[in-house]
Design a protein around this ligand. Structure first.
Ligand code: MG
Length: 257
């Protein structure tokens, strides 16, 4: 990428959510809300995550001031399996790929088989909320449950070893699907071809903004990370380490314009 394009404000900035805009499953902090409010005065943004629409609303949109220009905010929940825009004062679905009940059952069974094989979690132990959640186009397995406290999640699998072994046991059973590590305790399963890269291509098409004029900001762009898949679209990327790092980067973008 040439230095000029790196420094100018892109026509659309696509953000990963967890560990990029917010701490895992937490609402964005005030400083980030203020910064995003400034950014959407000047350009479009999109937020993508393995979570459902409700999760993106709760973590990001609900934290923005009432007068923020949310017509410039686009949401790509469930790893890009759906796209939402704010129109006529409500969130409107532009597309959504969904799994059939039979597919959901098949995936649920495979999770139990792979889990038994790898001894990852004991299903008889109580979890924080659901362990297996159906999110429209995606099934998500959260080892400690959807509502687990952040500190427990962070200490559960710091080396990714548990998630990797579960992922590796699941992939050969679910050959029709993409099985990937999502959050800190999560495995996300979608149909082949539905991922953050798919979401970015659809967004580019809908906005009529060429992908090279967009930018992707994420904390897991490295090998095996859950943002890595976007690189194949050719979108210019900016790797960050945490929400504070993202904030610094956005400050430099705004200063240059
Ligand atoms: Mg992330």
């Amino acid at each position: 990428m040439n230095p000029h394009s790196e420094n100018s404000l892109p026509d659309c900035i696509v953000f990963d959510l967890d560990s990029t805009l917010a701490k895992s499953k937490q609402p964005i902090e005030n400083q980030m809300a203020t910064m995003l409010t400034k950014i959407v005065e000047q350009t479009k943004i999109a937020v993508t995550s393995g979570g459902k629409l409700e999760q993106l609303l709760k973590q990001v949109v609900d934290q923005l001031p009432k007068d923020a220009n949310i017509s410039n905010v686009f949401l790509l929940p469930t790893s890009g399996a759906a796209l939402y825009t704010y129109k006529n004062e409500k969130w409107t679905c532009l597309y959504e790929e969904t799994l059939s009940p039979k597919e959901v059952e098949e995936i649920g069974n495979a999770i139990r088989i792979a889990n038994d094989k790898t001894n990852t979690v004991d299903f008889s132990q109580k979890a924080y909320g659901k362990r297996i959640e159906f999110r429209g186009a995606q099934v998500s397995f959260s080892a400690l449950g959807q509502e687990a406290p952040l500190d427990e999640k962070l200490s559960w699998d710091p080396t990714r070893a548990k998630r990797s072994s579960l992922r590796n046991a699941l992939a050969p059973i679910l050959t029709e699907y993409t099985v990937r590590i999502g959050g800190k305790t999560t495995i996300d399963i979608t149909k082949h071809g539905i991922d953050k890269a798919y979401g970015i291509r659809k967004l580019s098409e809908y906005l009529a903004i060429p992908i090279e004029k967009m930018r992707y900001v994420g904390d897991e762009l490295g090998e095996g990370g859950n943002d890595e898949v976007v690189i194949q679209t050719g979108i210019p990327t900016r790797a960050v380490t945490n929400p504070d790092d993202t904030l610094h980067y956005l400050e430099t973008l705004i200063k240059k314009t």
